[in-house]
Ligand binder design. Structure first.
Ligand code: ADP
Length: 789
């Protein structure tokens, strides 16, 4: 038997397989030897004749050969049964039926030797028809023959069912087709997988063409044609479109049956690999994504296996180290390939030692800095690559941090410069603050929002606050009264850019309510060196003390002028007062002289008149001398206990002859009032008051004198009905040289010293003196003296 004629590859030889694009996958499979199986089946059936699927005789009994008309010695193996058995048409017909897949029973032969043949198709496990077996037996009497026939038929039916079940329960489509891809057989799985009735597969001559995915149709057909022509088994993946429109990926295993270079049939298996295909597509997408990510990250990454082989690296890694594709091709060792890097780093020993150190400790992670000779600085990070709980390699990533480092250095430089500038600024501010806070004048700076940026305590004190409380606040928040005056000026400076210099104002400020204080303020625009206006500077100088001093000076000047005026008036008055008595005195003395010379009698009144003028002169001079003594503190008193009643009585009595035209009334006190005083000086006080009462009563009204006790004092009053004294002048009557406006009206002279001396004398005695007067209605002068017990 020639097995090689029934299969296209020898048993055990590898078959090639192609993927969906017609490429060989390089897998190896083995296929069973169909004829061997056929022969085994034939032997077990005690077959008289065994024919393969192509109608070639594998084995034939001699009995049958002789029945077919062949003599001994003829060889039939490999010959077509149609040719060999053409004399037994009943048998050839049965064989054809069997090779078409149906068993049959037939009878034939000569009448004397009638034979019955049971012809069975033989299928392999995949459902392929391997051939047919015929068992011949002589026809027996009718009944026995019928029983055997029935038993055989049942056996055939059972076997066929087994085959069919086997085929139809397979998870793959088992098929057979001619070389033009027209299906002659498919199992039920075909219907389940793609949804087309299996008869459609067989009945439609172009079923395969019509249902292959349009994108796969051309290449799949070409690939199959080539493989079929070459007669080799092949394997590939392609898509078919199912009845419901689904795209189903199929892996096809195809065997070519037939003579070499003359393929006759195709048989194969189609397995649904859609899920695997989708999973593979997903995997490919994931790989592509990871690959793109790997190449797009900014770090240069190298992955090495545990045995230090370079597994992967990205483009940035290649660019970072300037590596050629050749250098990294093949399966380079990490340590060996370090040569490229070692030449570029500043400290090769440390660089290499670090790598070795990390390989020695697979679980270790680390970050270090690698400096390159060209100035670049890399941050190197390494960590183990884990697969589940197993370390399968190590990842090295390099990040170029040169720019980052430079930026940081630049930032540090800038920070240092800023720090320096800040310190300088703080120094400047310290100087400024020292200057500000020690300046005796108010200094401050306002921002564009008119809030204090800086000010000294002198200025803050104007608002009753400390400078720390005022920084950041506006004037109207601190002192609305000050703000009402100052803020318009500040706005004016900001609006015009022009300073306001020497603005004088007088204000009440919170720390000194009710006190008007004087200020001179100047406001200056504050500009940066580029000329930008940033605020207003204020310089405030308090002028209150100066103003007061000036007022004092003015007052003193005024008083000096008044004093000069008084002095001039006094000289004029004194001259007048001194000359006035001299004229009549001279006249009287001349008369007395003439009378003496002529021997005429001397009238006594003439001498009295002369003496009165002398008294008047003497009084004026006494007042002047007393005034000088009082001023010099030299007026001496000789104090002794004395009766005030007696004193007043005596003075009134002495005065009465001098005022004959004025009724003089005296109301003496019954109680004895003793005072400790200078008798002459107290008499001088009372005489002075009486003289004034007389002098300033031109209408000769009465003059009243009273003496009365008043508590621990004695009260002496002198009233007249004279011209009275203007109210506004009354307070000044007791001042030196003061003469009220009424004095010229009265037409009487006087130095304005009398009341001044009276006040001094009364006060020296521990008493008080005052006046009650109404112009036109007279005056009452009163004084008190402490009374002795
Ligand atoms: P004088 O020598 O001018 O009288 P005095 O010191 O005695 O000086 O009085 C001061 C001034 O007081 C007088 O010039 C006068 O204007 C006013 N005066 C004093 N006494 C009387 C009085 N009784 N009635 C009105 N005016 C008087």
């Amino acid at each position: 038997m020639e097995q090689g004629r029934f299969v296209t590859t020898k048993e055990g030889e590898p078959m090639t397989m192609a993927d969906g694009h017609g490429r060989d996958a390089g897998w190896a499979v083995s296929v069973p030897s169909f004829p061997k199986l056929l022969v085994q089946v034939g032997a077990s059936l005690h077959a008289t004749l065994i024919v393969d699927s192509l109608g070639r005789i594998l084995r034939m009994d001699h009995l049958l050969a002789s029945l077919a008309g062949w003599g001994d010695g003829a060889s039939f193996e490999g010959r077509a049964f149609e040719e060999v058995l053409h004399r037994l048409p009943w048998l050839t017909q049965a064989l054809r039926t069997a090779l078409a897949g149906r068993e049959t029973v037939c009878e034939g032969g000569t009448p004397g030797r009638r034979l019955r043949a049971l012809v069975l198709p033989v299928f392999e496990d995949g459902g392929l028809c391997l051939g047919a077996c015929a068992r011949l037996s002589a026809c027996e009497p009718e009944r026995a023959e019928s029983a055997r026939h029935e038993a055989l038929r049942r056996e055939l039916t059972r076997t066929q069912r087994q085959y069919e079940e086997l085929l139809n329960t397979l998870g793959a489509i088992v098929w057979e087709a001619d070389v033009d891809f027209r299906f002659t057989f498919v199992n039920r799985q075909a219907e389940r997988l793609l949804g087309f009735p299996f008869l459609q597969w067989i009945q439609e001559p172009d079923f395969w063409d019509a249902h292959v995915h349009p994108e796969d149709r051309a290449w799949a057909r070409a690939y199959c044609r080539n493989a079929t022509r070459e007669g080799r088994p092949y394997e590939f993946e392609y898509r078919m479109v199912a009845a419901d429109g689904r795209v189903v990926w199929l892996r096809a295993f195809v065997t070519v049956l037939g003579e070499e270079e003359h393929p006759l049939k195709l048989r194969g298996i189609l397995v649904d690999v859609t899920e695997q295909r989708q999973a593979r597509d997903k995997l490919e997408q994931m790989v592509s994504l990871l690959s793109a990510t790997f190449d797009s990250i900014t770090d240069a990454v190298l992955v090495a296996s545990s045995n230090r082989r370079l597994i992967a690296f990205n483009k940035r890694f290649q660019r970072l180290w300037g590596l050629s594709d050749e250098l990294l091709s093949g399966d380079p060792d990490h340590m060996k390939s370090l040569a490229f890097a070692v030449a570029q780093v500043k400290d090769p020993e440390r660089f290499t030692a670090r790598i070795l150190e990390m390989y020695e400790a697979p679980e270790k992670e680390g970050v270090d800095i690698v400096e390159l000779r060209d100035g670049r600085i890399l941050e190197r990070t390494t960590l183990p690559q884990w697969l589940g709980s197993t370390i399968i390699g190590r990842i090295w990533s390099y990040r170029d941090i040169t720019a980052e480092r430079q930026a940081r250095a630049e930032q540090e430089r800038a920070f240092a410069a800023e720090q320096h500038a800040r310190e300088r600024m703080e120094e400047s501010f310290a100087l400024l603050d020292t200057f500000l806070n020690n300046a005796p004048i108010g200094l401050g700076f306002f921002g564009l929002d008119l809030r204090f940026i800086r000010l000294n305590d002198a200025l803050a004190a104007l608002h009753g606050k400390s400078r720390h409380e005022e920084v950041g606040r506006a004037l109207h928040e601190l002192s609305p009264r000050v703000a009402a005056t100052v803020e318009p000026l500040l706005r004016q400076v900001l609006d015009t850019g022009e300073p306001i210099i020497g603005f004088d104002t007088a204000l009440e400020v919170p720390p000194t309510p009710g006190q008007l204080r004087h200020w001179r303020a100047s406001y200056y625009p504050v500009r940066t060196t580029s000329g930008k206006l940033v605020g207003v500077g204020a310089v405030v100088v308090e002028l209150t003390a100066e103003r007061h001093a000036q007022a004092e000076r003015e007052r003193l000047l005024r008083e000096a002028h008044e004093a000069i005026q008084i002095r001039d008036d006094f000289l004029s008055i004194a001259s007048h007062e001194l000359r006035t008595p001299l004229t009549p005195l001279k006249l009287h003395l001349q008369l007395l002289n003439q009378r003496c010379a002529s021997g005429q009698p001397l009238p006594p009144q003439l001498a009295r008149k002369a003496l009165a003028q002398v008294d008047r002169l003497s009084g004026v001079i006494s007042d002047m001398l007393d005034s000088s003594r009082i001023q010099a503190g030299l007026l001496a008193l000789e104090r002794e206990p004395l009766s005030l009643q007696e004193l007043v009585r005596d003075v009134v009595a002495d005065f009465r002859p001098h005022c004959p035209e004025h009724p003089l009334e005296y109301a003496e006190c019954a109680r004895r009032l003793v005072v400790r005083g200078d008798r002459g000086r107290l008499a001088q006080v009372l005489a002075n008051l009486l003289e004034n009462a007389r002098k300033y009563s031109p209408l000769k009204g009465p003059i009243r004198v009273t003496l009365a006790p008043c508590g621990a004092e004695a009260l002496v009053s002198v009233s007249d009905c004279g011209i009275g004294i203007p109210v506004d002048q009354q307070a000044h009557l007791f001042e030196r040289f003061f003469r009220a406006r009424n004095a010229p009206i009265s037409g009487f002279g006087g130095l304005g010293l009398g009341l001044y001396i009276c006040r001094h004398l009364v006060e020296r005695h521990g008493g008080r003196i005052w006046v009650e007067s109404e112009p036109g209605h007279g005056s009452t002068f009163r004084f008190t003296l402490p009374v002795e017990d």
